[in-house]
Design a protein around this ligand. Structure first.
Ligand SMILES: Cc1cc2nc3c(=O)[nH]c(=O)nc-3n(C[C@H](O)[C@H](O)[C@H](O)COP(=O)(O)OP(=O)(O)OC[C@H]3O[C@@H](n4cnc5c(N)ncnc54)[C@H](O)[C@@H]3O)c2cc1C
Length: 659
């Protein structure tokens, strides 16, 4: 990680912004007292893009100047000289600005500062006093009885080393982990190269700080305009280490759609066999599904309306407590219950002799006479490493796989296109009783009531997730210190119904001059109409479940109380009008993507896709894409099982080729 050094002026500006968002009060420390500005700098330093650092520095250099404050309508004053209330108004003028770049800057600062405010412990290492105002317990710390780590990654090779193997696999997540197991079981010599570190039970302290800064990807964390937060794992096992263990098979109508895209195998027994193998290896079951308070509200609302609700299939075993620990599932499972690829496929791969390299970032694929012959990588210590191979599997996730292939010179017109994000927003219900939404089975129930809104399989899925601050803060509006703390203090009685959109019209991954991915994405008119139906549907479920107050994830606080204003129908109609007035675009509605897919899609011809039906790129022989990038379209269900099945089927084809 490179250092990010701010000048004294820039540091002062950042501290004033953080302290405006989170000043001291009511016995709670200010952002600077907690060390938030330093933590924000450390977050930005994880981003390898020079532009990200430059933009932050430029903004902070200009921030505390009278001309800038004047330009946003707050008189000829320096920001730091304004009283708190006027500084809040100045920040809100960025939040509500008609200029997208200003909204993006506000959202980036808001999320960075608030995430760290709620994630950091006190400076002396004791519990952050703000947690007590929520009733939120301090993180439990690493488990005392964690088993020793089962995998033995290679020691960092000396600079200039060249390793030889049959297949070099780049990335060790859902796709790469499965490919490693299948290929090494076929007797091939496999090296898995993973940019992140190896973390397992003994490292999972249940704290948001460690997870956010070590297990999750540091870049890109949002689309170019901050419109959609991009959330991905970046460690051995990739997203499967931090994901929520929901394990749906690919729905039949999605398989048919994918087959119609020129990949008939998706409706064949071949793909069916891969799905079966994945579900069996992950131990997917519906036996560990005790509904949390959140899911009980979802069920109550859905049943009262006569809507669909069902149990999630999950890849956990009997160690899952479905209680306090399970709510921290996204920070790494402290109980060893989640069957990530670290616990399953990568173990199988290592048992069959696969070698694992961690902390090693692949920079490009070595292409000789039109065929992939290995990769060039950089180790954690900065040394160059070459891995020579008969074939290369790109499995870096749907942002980094297209970036790697573009860096390596591939020019297929579909590479980077058709990016799907399953954008998700949250509709919050505040109830009269304490619900402690950060506890209980991470995801136990879902509703498919609106999965098919136009008869072609596209719509939304309703799910809940445990709401620790890092999952609440990004969706909450911030209008003032007082309003923020009111929402946070009500968190223990609040529940979010997630609206997860099956997006038909996607975005794009490009590669910057620095070689890093840049993401452009905007919801199309049709996708937005589905999202709006979903927001209304989630609000209706909250009403039916008895919520006292309901609010959306807009940049303004848009809320209603179903029991007032002429009844729930009228109040909801007014609520939706207010949501429309606030807007659905970037910086107006908060969206996050946990499912990043489709940016090197598979299809029947090079004219319509980046990857052939077997997973090999059309452009370069022996270069395969076996991760979420290869999806022909969004599956509309949480994707890990489908990604693993795509990798399983593709890796079998690759093994047959190399045999
Ligand atoms: C918080 C969260 C919750 C989720 N919950 C669920 C769920 O409940 N159910 C579900 O089905 N799905 C869930 N998902 C989604 C699912 O985990 C992902 O879709 C899946 O892991 C993606 O698989 P992948 O192989 O495409 O990429 P990833 O699993 O993201 O793996 C890619 C790996 O490549 C590495 N990498 C990137 N670039 C390089 C490089 N240049 N060199 C070397 N290594 C590189 C990365 O560090 C990463 O480890 C969740 C995701 C998140 C983040």
């Amino acid at each position: 990680m490179q250092q990010l050094t701010l000048s004294a002026r820039q540091r002062r500006a950042l501290a004033t912004i953080c302290d405006t968002l989170c000043p001291a009060g009511d016995g709670l420390p200010s952002a600077t007292e907690l060390g938030v500005p330093e933590a924000v700098v450390a977050l930005v330093a994880r981003d390898p893009r020079p532009a990200a650092r430059r933009e932050l520095k430029q903004l902070l250099s200009a921030w505390d100047s009278a001309p800038l404050t004047y330009a946003i309508g707050h008189g000829w004053n320096r920001f730091s000289a304004l009283p708190q209330e006027r500084r809040e108004q100045a920040l809100l003028s960025w939040c509500d600005s008609r200029i997208p770049q200003r909204r993006a800057a506000f959202q980036a600062l808001r999320k960075g500062a608030l995430l760290m405010y709620w994630a950091l412990p006190a400076r002396d290492g004791t519990a952050n006093p703000a947690w007590a105002t929520l009733g939120l317990p301090a993180p439990p710390g690493p488990p005392a009885d964690a088993p020793p780590k089962a995998l033995r990654p290679l020691a960092e090779p000396a600079a200039g080393t060249t390793l030889q193997c049959d297949v070099a696999i780049v990335g060790s997540g859902a796709g790469g982990g499965v490919a490693a197991a299948v290929l090494s079981a076929a007797g091939l010599d496999v090296i898995v190269i993973e940019a992140g570190g190896y973390w397992d039970d003994e490292d999972f302290d249940g704290g948001e700080l460690r997870a956010l800064t070590q297990f999750y990807a540091g870049s890109p964390t949002a689309t170019h305009d901050q419109g959609v937060a991009l959330i991905a794992g970046a460690c051995l096992g990739g997203g499967t280490v931090v994901n929520y263990s929901t394990s749906f098979r690919t729905p039949d109508d999605v398989r048919a759609e994918w087959a119609a895209h020129g990949v008939p195998a998706f409706t064949s027994d071949d793909y069916g066999a891969s799905l079966d193998a994945v579900v069996a290896r992950l131990g997917v079951n519906q036996e560990h599904n005790e509904p949390s308070s959140r899911d009980r509200k979802l069920r109550a609302g859905a049943l009262a309306l006569g809507w669909h609700v069902d149990a999630m299939p999950r890849n956990v075993d009997g160690r899952c407590d479905m209680g306090e620990q399970c709510g921290r599932c996204g920070l790494g499972c402290r109980l060893g219950a989640k069957q990530s690829v670290v616990k399953t496929w990568l173990r199988d791969a290592a048992d069959s002799g696969a070698r694992l390299l961690v902390g090693t970032k692949v920079e490009r694929v070595v292409i000789e006479q039109g065929s992939a012959r290995g990769v060039r990588a950089r180790t954690a210590g900065g040394g160059e490493l070459t891995v020579r191979a008969r074939a290369v599997v790109a499995a870096c996730g749907a942002l980094h796989t297209p970036a790697l292939l573009m860096r390596s010179g591939l020019q297929n017109q579909h590479l980077g296109k058709h990016l799907k994000l399953h954008p998700a927003t949250a509709v919050w219900g505040v109830y009269d009783e304490e619900l402690r939404p950060w506890e209980g089975t991470m995801q136990a129930l879902y509703s498919d009531q609106h999965r098919d809104l136009d008869g072609d399989g596209y719509g939304v899925k309703y799910e809940t997730a445990a709401a620790l601050p890092h999952l609440a803060v990004p969706f909450f509006p911030w209008r003032s210190r007082r309003q923020h703390h009111e929402l946070m203090e009500a968190l223990s009685s609040s529940v979010a119904f997630g609206v997860l959109l099956r997006d038909r019209d996607g975005g794009e991954v490009r590669v910057g001059r620095d070689g890093e991915p840049l993401v452009r994405y905007a919801l199309s008119r049709r996708d937005l109409a589905h999202m709006r139906t979903g927001v209304e549907g989630a609000a209706r479920m909250h009403e039916a479940a008895g919520a006292r107050r309901i609010f959306s994830s807009q940049s303004r606080l848009v809320a209603y109380e179903p029991g007032t204003n002429g009844g729930a129908e009228a109040a909801r109609a007014e609520f939706l009008r207010a949501v429309d007035a606030c807007g659905w675009g970037a910086g107006r509605t908060q969206y996050a993507s946990f499912h990043i897919m489709g940016s090197a899609r598979m299809g029947g011809a090079a004219a319509t896709s980046a990857v052939a039906p077997n997973g090999e790129t059309w452009d370069v022989r022996d270069l395969w894409v076996l991760d979420g990038s290869a999806f022909p379209s969004a599956p509309g269900v949480n994707p890990q099982v489908s990604i693993q099945a795509v990798a399983h089927m593709g890796a079998r084809a690759l093994a047959a080729r190399l045999a």
